[in-house]
Design a protein around this ligand. Structure first.
Ligand code: EPZ
Length: 428
């Protein structure tokens, strides 16, 4: 097992390049098997969620060749199974994108039902409703979801909740359905637009991604492409908040500043100076942070994936703040860990009520999930003394070379191996 050991108290300064968006890349990998022809994806982040999905498609027969650390060539011609085994879905929920992709290409798919996870129950009723609207019969037996259709026919689909996953899954399934599909109330996240762009580069006809209505005209087949993943909005946002939390000055490079607007405006509100360039953003902390109110919302609102990071910043702001989580019901687990570092936060329902403190102190904490783990790293950077963060495998699911990049900004952070048994003994 690996953990981070951080000696806090350094203001982080410098330029950090941002890699491709994990959540976009997951959808693009699934899209790549919609065609028999080769697809090259550039700017692919080298993180464990991506590597697991690549393993999953290779296990059903796709050719997967890593051309370099951030470039992969996928050949869907050799896919010979419609069944994705439980191991993959238990490791990453996004393997349910293979349901949409296999259904779209072969009219048949079988994927294990994803369970709830640490941040919430995460039902998939909207995915199923969408597949059924396209003419698939969907059944759930022995924990497996089976979707099968004689023919997929375009239809009008209205989502009851704004969902990234179902929007992506239906786009994958409908790209080659007969006739027109209209998705109303879709997610508008940049990665939904990225998927539409890649599918269009493969010959699909998808309009309106990023707006309130997505219109898909089914095409008979898709063809090869070479496509570059958009920059990771959440990785960028995490480093932008690292500047705020540590009182430093960080430039995130290779980003699309438009995708970062909700993050930028909160940073300005809490007292940071933010300068936008064409493909970079600089965040400079201007002293003690100011309190504010935040509510997570679907894009273009403030992202739930940035909620732990802003809560950490507000834990150090002057005065009282609130952070309301409106997407997932259980995304405040890390608050107990922040409390061990001296934060004063009370959670009532889906709102965290934060009384800012002047400083945090190092402690041994554990990353409960990906973004919360990253937020604890930020807290450790600011804390007096040493912070040890266990369970960094969660962080490694979505942040490539996190410790290396932080060291590049002047942080004192090392990754080291530790013995799980020793830890259990110590914790008792
Ligand atoms: C995606 O999850 C992201 N994952 C999450 O990133 C992100 O937090 C989330 O979108 C919200 O932005 C990937 O892209 C792989 P949803 P997803 O469907 O698609 C409810 C990270 O840290 N819902 O938009 O699973 C659901 O319970 C992660 O990188 C239904 O009720 O999220 C939630 O309350 C974690 N029925 C809300 O909608 C459904 O059928 C939004 O979920 C589907 C969803």
């Amino acid at each position: 097992m690996e953990r981070y050991v951080i000696k806090g108290g350094k203001a982080l300064k410098g330029v950090v390049p941002i890699y491709g968006a994990k959540n976009a890349a997951l959808a693009l990998i699934a899209a790549a098997i919609l065609t028999e022809e080769p697809v090259i994806i550039n700017n692919l982040p080298d993180v464990s969620d991506i590597n697991v999905l690549l393993e999953a498609i290779s296990q059903i027969g796709a050719g997967v060749e890593r051309l370099s650390r951030h470039q992969v060539r996928i050949v869907g011609a050799t896919v010979n199974s419609h069944q994705v085994n439980y191991d993959y879905i238990s490791k990453i929920r996004a393997s349910y994108y293979l349901l949409g992709a296999l259904l779209g290409r072969f009219h048949e798919a079988e994927v294990a039902m994803p369970g709830g996870c640490v941040i919430g129950a995460r039902p998939i009723d909207q995915h199923i409703k969408g597949f059924e609207a396209l003419g698939a019969k969907v059944s759930l037996t022995n924990g497996q979801i089976k979707a099968k259709a004689e023919k997929l026919r375009g239809n009008h689909i209205y989502f009851d909740v704004v969902t990234v996953g179902a929007t992506i899954n239906i786009m994958l399934a409908a790209a080659m359905a007969e006739g027109n599909t209209v998705i109303e109330n879709p997610a508008k996240e940049p990665h939904v637009v990225d998927l539409a762009n890649m599918l269009n580069s493969m010959g699909a006809n998808i309009r309106g991604a990023g707006t309130d209505v997505i219109r898909i005209k089914g095409v008979p087949r898709l063809h090869k492409t070479e496509y570059t993943v958009i920059p990771d909005q959440i990785e960028a946002g995490t480093f932008m908040f690292a500047a705020a939390v540590t009182g430093g000055e960080i430039t995130v490079a290779n980003v699309i500043p438009k995708h970062l607007e909700s993050i930028t405006s909160k940073l300005v509100e809490i007292g940071c100076d933010v300068i936008e360039y064409d493909e970079a953003v600089t965040v400079r902390a201007l002293g003690t942070l100011k309190a504010t109110q935040v509510k997570t919302l679907p894009y273009p609102g403030f992202p739930t994936d940035m909620q732990p990071q802003i809560t950490t910043a507000l834990a150090l702001a002057k005065g009282s703040s609130t952070v309301t989580e409106s997407i997932f019901e259980n995304r405040f687990k890390y608050v107990a860990e922040l409390a061990r570092m001296g934060a004063k936060i009370k959670v009532e329902g889906n709102t965290a009520i934060i009384s800012g403190v002047k400083t945090l102190t190092g402690a041994r904490v554990s990353a409960p999930d990906l973004r919360a783990g990253a937020a604890l790293v930020l807290a450790g950077m600011r804390a007096e003394g040493t912070t040890i963060i266990d369970d960094i495998k969660y962080i490694q699911r979505g942040y490539e070379a996190f410790d290396e990049k932080l060291r590049g900004l002047g942080a004192d952070i090392v990754k080291e191996d530790y013995d799980e048994e020793m830890r259990t003994e110590k914790i008792g």
